[in-house]
Design a protein around this ligand. Structure first.
Ligand SMILES: [Zn+2]
Length: 76
């Protein structure tokens, strides 16, 4: 059986190279940061005068967590 040149695994018809762990971690971090910034943008959009005090960090963390969750769901 042929072997995959990238991961050295058996090259079947539906072969997919397993992702390297470091790439997965980077992807999770990127998703968390992206989701966090989206959360902050949404907070700014709904609260243009900054009336919701001290919600920046919470919004960032929640947005990041949601983004990571969605990312994991899509990838699994
Ligand atoms: Zn492969």
């Amino acid at each position: 059986m042929a072997t995959c040149p990238r991961c050295k695994g058996p090259l079947t018809d539906d072969h997919h190279c397993p992702k390297r762990q470091s790439l997965v971690v980077l992807e999770i971090i990127a998703a968390a940061l992206g989701g966090g910034f989206v959360g902050l943008l949404l907070l700014a959009a709904f609260d243009p005068r900054g009336q919701i005090a001290d919600m920046d960090v919470v919004t960032f963390v929640v947005g990041g967590a949601i983004a990571v969750g969605i990312n994991r769901l899509i990838r699994s």
